[in-house]
Design a protein around this ligand. Sequence first.
Ligand code: SMO
Length: 772
Amino acid sequence: MGVQTIGANVKRLEDPRLLRGEAAYVDDIQVPGLRHMAVLRSPHAHARVLSVDVGAARALPGVDDAFSAADLGAQPPAIPALFAMDTFHPAPQYPLATDTVRFVGEPVAVVVAESRHVAEDALELIEVEYEPLEAVVDAYAAIQPGAPVLHANAPDNVAARQVYQTGDVDAAFAAADRVIRERLDMQRYTGIPMETRGVVASRDAVTGELTVWNSTQWPHTVRTILAGMLAMPARAIRVITPDIGGGFGVKADFNSEDFLVPFAAVRTGKPVKWIEDRNEHFLSIAHSREQIHEVEIALRDDGTILGLRARHITDCGAYQRPLGVINASLSATSLGGVYRVPNYRVEAVCASTNKAPASPYRGAGAPESTFARERLLDIVARELGIDRAELRRRNLLTPEELPFDTGLASAEAAVVLDSGDFPAGLDKALEMIDYAGFPARQRAARDEGRLVGLGICVYHQITGPGPFEGGSVRVDPTGEVTVVSGAAPMGQGTATMLAQIAADELQVPYDSIKLVFGDTGRLPFGMGTYASRNAVMAGTALVLAARKVRDKAEELAAHLLEADPADLVLEDGAFSVKGVPASSVSWAQVAAAASPGGSRPAGMEPDLESVQYFENLAAPYSYGIHIAEVEVDPHTGYTTVGRYVVVNDAGTIVNPRNAEGQIVGGVAQGLGGALMEELVYGEDGQPQSTSFMDYLIPGSLDVPDVEIGHLESKSPLNPLGVKGMGEGGAIGAHSAVANAVADAIEHLGVTVTRTPLKPAAVWQLLRSAGAS
Ligand code: SMO
């Protein structure tokens, strides 16, 4: 093969448009006669809805329509759940509350008007009679007897439950030298994309086709759900994702507005737009991460892990939307990490509370279980008097043990660790941070009254799950290559990455390829962008399609050159006879011959395009080692992150610059989770983090330079050898930073068992130890 761009640091194709302000986000979509929607939301965490009167709102000049659940039909359509558990009591959200509201921010009614201002004014004219009910806000409290009940079908507020197990965990605990237990809590936080959610919908009066522009990570799934809820055939709905300004998983959901805007467009016969404001974002975007882990570990005295036994209580909020149980399932099946854990039982409990519904955010369950395990391992190391790196090394699976079937299966896939060298990754990271020299650094700092700590985290994650992704490759008679992918990228450089993959297969310049994403009108089936799947799934679909096109082109070229296909080489965008470079045909010439009416071998069908679907249920596992060094101010509890090292293994790296950008961005979000970000609710269920005044995210000054090393253990599960890498940074960083803070202060006699480690929380710990 000639030129290879996979692995090269080529420039991002996306950037010129983005940097020049030429991107088109959903708010940039212009449709003549556009109307604007505003949403009336519940001010109560839990209340009966006795009546909703939209009459006065409808009468306001400039208002086209106002409606509530009563207008959605006798049997309003519910937002469907796509995954379940062994025990599952559906708690579906209706696009507008019917007889009860269960979280502050739940949509109750909408207005469609000539402008957003008029629509918002009209909201104030809607009269709703509520009868407040007692709210339950804490997941642990929610599942105790006597707690207020959210849904009649689950009087214990357990919406879903499943036990994931392998081996004989009780026997392992009975035989253990040591058993260590801890309760470890992760807070509610979420992805904060720069671009909030937004939807525009327009129905063509002539054809009846409904076009929906949605800032979503999975346009095909939005189409499928909409078709069901609107009772329209899927072929009559076209969902398009324009440029997306960040998604992070929170745009792989289906919220009320995803239905309400298209519904309003159909109902009014006018195009309708709704753009989420930041306050709405904090109230009702998919919240995530909030889990209580009651974990127990059985060990030999030498630190060998014999078993893990745990209960993970996931705070799922008030309803189960499409991915409501995924975080719980993924966390319950990933607590063991890439360690040898022969006996395992984790009970996943999905608790309903009067808070916004939960759904995945970057890492989807893995940050949670990683925190529970990696924090616990540090606590174990301290109690057993074993160095924490050595404890990990003793229990990490070795390359000889791979592929390793854990015997577990999440709602997404069987948990089989396909490839890697975990001990080598750990050693490389330890070397990069100079772990051997750290005790001296820490001693020297303590001698000066400074609190410094180092934290290690070994994370792993399912990436690129199936069942499939689609892609097409076509070559036009002009020679231009167009790629259509089922991916719906949101700023991570996917166009560049996929162009590199197609360029290598077709031997054309990567920047000559035209890419089309996120349009159900251009590709009949697709899954979208989430779960670090673009390279694995969309990339492989393109490899399959490009190879089909290349094979056909080669046959055609042989026909045109009157040569044997076996004697042809493809180089510099042209097929030529080996050793006779003058005898060649370009992609354009081949594509022209492929066109209807062109010169083709007898029986060959016209056109040069292939649509392929990569179907695969076996998902590769990425992993990495994060090590942070921090300093905690003993007077304020404020943490500064100093050095930060990541060794990551995502198999083949397609574009190193993109890969590093993904890691650094993820580290920023994980650091935010460890130290700052929290969606706080009062005991009455009132959200207290509803603007950037109350929800702190890291700025550039908070994020250290990230020193990155790669391992490239190729995955055997796809032809590129790739594993996903979009989420790993966020998974590893939360725990590495939390462990580093713990290391800085635990010698004082405290134990870190929860995040975020905001200054006030750390200061309380220091104070409880008499150190501040
Ligand atoms: S949390 Mo993600 O977009 O699977």
